[in-house]
Write a protein that binds this ligand. Sequence first.
Ligand code: AKG
Ligand code: FE2
Length: 309
Amino acid sequence: MALDTISISTALRNYLAEKALSGQALTSGQLRASLVEQGFPGAELREALFNSTQPAVVVDNLPAESFGRQPGKDAAPVADFTLRTLITSVGLEVFGYPQEKSGALFHDVYPIEGAETTNTNAGRVPFALHTENPVLPRAVRPEVLALCGINNESGTETMILPISRLTARMPADVRAALESPIFTFRQNESFEMNGYAIQRKNMVILRQRDGFDEFRWAAAVNHLQSTPDGDAALNWVKSIYEDLCERVVLQPGQAVIFNNHRCIHGRGSVQGRRWLKRAYGISPSPLLSTSGLIDIWDALAQPALDHTF
Ligand SMILES: O=C(O)CCC(=O)C(=O)O
Ligand SMILES: [Fe+2]
C-alpha cells in the first residue's frame, strides 16, 4: 500500500506559483476563499486527514522552489507558500512557538554540520518514528504537519505510519500498557527554554478520541524508563513500526500533509544534499497570537487545558 496522492492541475500550480511570488499579504480567510474559488482540493484533503484511517496525503505537481538556493542562507518563498496553502486549505492555521527556531513559522529541515549523528531532523543518521512535540499537551501540539521537498538529491525517505495500522495488529496486553499512565516524555532539543527542560510524567501513549486512535510517541531515545510492562509495550511497537510504515521520497514540487495525532513519522538516512521545509497546522484557538505563535510557558501554565494527553 502506498500513501494516497493528489495531483493538482497545472493551472492551479501556475496560480500558486504566481501568488507565492506576488508579495501580496493575504489573511488566512482570504487565502482560503481564493483556494476554494480556484478549485484547490482542500475539502478532499481535510476528509482524508480527519475522517479516514489513512490520514496522510502526498500532494504532487506543486510549484517548485527556484534552483540554486542554499538552506540556512536563502529564503524559500514558494515552499513556504505551498505549506501555507496546504494547511490553510484544510481549515487550520500555520503556527510556531517563540521557543522553537526563534518563532519561525516555516522550518528549514536539512543536515546541519556537527549534528550528523543526532536523532533529530538536522541529523544524517536515520531519524526514528515520532509524533511532533509529544511532550506538549494536545491543545498545543501540531494537529497536522506538512513537509515540502526543495531538494532531495540524497533520495531520502520520509516514513509515515498511520496509527490504525499499528493498533490493528496490537496484542491486547500491549494496548492496555500503552493506555496506562506510566510513560515519561521530555522535550525535543529544538526548544530553547532558558536552559530549563520540560519533562512530563505519568502519561499514556495511546487513547481514542472522536472514534480514532491517537498516539503520542517520542523518538526512541526520548522515552525515559517505564514499568516492565510499559517497556515491553514500547519494544513491541519498535519491533514492528518500520515494517508497517509508508515511505515517500519527497521531490521538488511534492509535499506531504498528515495528522500528527493519528500518524507517527520519521526519516531514513541522508547521504547527500537534502532540503525540506516544514510547517505546523492547528485549529484556530485563543492560545494562538495574531502572529501565529503559541507561547509554551503560557500553555503549560493554563489550568483549563487538558494536560493528561
Ligand atoms: O526529514 C523528514 O523527512 C522528516 C523530518 C522530521 O521528522 C521533521 O522535520 O519533523
Ligand atoms: Fe518530525
